[in-house]
Design a protein around this ligand. Structure first.
Ligand code: CP
Ligand code: NVA
Length: 301
């Protein structure tokens, strides 16, 4: 494992090893407090962030490393100088690059031209760090990832793509429920279907909300991702039946609710579900740090 750009680059054993390491780091942080001694990580963000930025910064600090945060005011990627030159220069000082970009091609270019590991901290196509934390959270909540049934409902986006790939690699049963015209990227679907076939998992895509029945957890995300110019007023009616409410969860007997956050309360999910008993949202947020630290320790040791 040289970089983490998409979960599709991981074998099942690599993915399970990352989750196991995250469990260990979470349980015994003192054992890992020198894991990144003397190491520096540059974080490049083209888009806003709360969880990713803070969890990487504090996480790197807890491992004994140091991080440098760069937003667009300090040098827009590819504008003042090429992505290639950015990657080449940063590689002279830093031991890893964490990047949140509009286009996935930019993360791929960084990885091609950097001589240090590159970690995708969200692109238009994938959000692997989020989904590692999500599977860690599901493992904790349900006790085991074996036989997991996960449902995603709402807009098919970067988070959906990574969830489909992660679920497929783990051999889980995944259902993706989206309004017509809002299904996830076809390339990611094909990759996930192929991986699911190899690992004994399944992937169902449907506009039918009743496909939620029997899922262990229902996951949703914003209906309009960063960089998408769609207006909420133009899709609100079409998406209304895909809002996660207590009634919906009770009707289809779903115990757990998940969201990568930031959430739009009263839009894709109700307050009652966000703050309800089955809500895993803060556990997911906490696990971002442990999962990312597992990635850093793996890539930098
Ligand atoms: N879930 C997530 O990536 O949150 P941020 O956009 O706040 O980093
Ligand atoms: N799909 C969302 C995820 C935010 C963490 C976005 O890309 O804006």
């Amino acid at each position: 494992m040289k970089h983490l750009l998409s979960l599709k680059d991981l074998s099942q054993s690599q993915l399970l090893a990352l989750l196991d390491l995250a469990v260990k780091i979470k349980a015994s942080p003192a054992e890992y407090r020198h894991a990144l001694d003397g190491k520096s990580v540059v974080m490049l963000f083209e888009k806003p962030s709360l969880r990713t930025r803070v969890s990487f910064d504090i996480g790197i600090n807890k491992l004994g490393g140091h991080c440098v945060y760069m937003d667009q005011q300090n040098g827009a990627l590819g504008k003042r100088e090429s992505v290639r030159d950015f990657a080449g220069n940063i590689s002279q000082w830093a031991d890893a690059i964490v990047a949140r970009t509009f286009s996935h091609v930019t993360v791929e270019d960084l990885a091609e031209y950097a001589t240090v590991p590159v970690i995708n901290a969200l692109s238009d196509l994938y959000h692997p760090c989020q989904v590692l934390a999500d599977f860690l959270t599901l493992k904790e909540a349900t006790g085991s990832l074996q036989g997991l049934k996960l449902a995603y409902i709402g807009d098919g986006n970067n988070v959906t793509n990574s969830l489909m790939l992660g679920a497929a690699i783990l051999g889980a049963q995944m259902t993706v429920i989206c309004p017509e015209g809002h299904f996830p990227d076809g390339f990611a679907v094909t990759q996930a279907q192929q991986l699911a076939a190899v690992h004994g998992g399944s992937l169902l895509l449907t506009p039918d909300v009743s496909a939620l029945e029997g899922a262990d957890a229902v996951y949703t995300d914003t209906w309009i991702s960063m960089g998408d110019s769609t207006k909420l007023s133009d899709i609100a009616v079409k998406f209304a039946q895909y809002q996660v409410s207590k009634e919906l969860m009770e009707k289809y007997k779903v115990k757990y609710f998940m969201h990568c956050l930031p959430a739009h309360r009263g839009v894709e999910v109700t307050d009652e579900v966000m703050d309800g008993e089955g809500s895993l949202i803060l556990q997911q947020a906490q696990n971002r740090m442990h999962a990312q630290n597992a990635v850093l320790v793996t890539l930098l040791s």
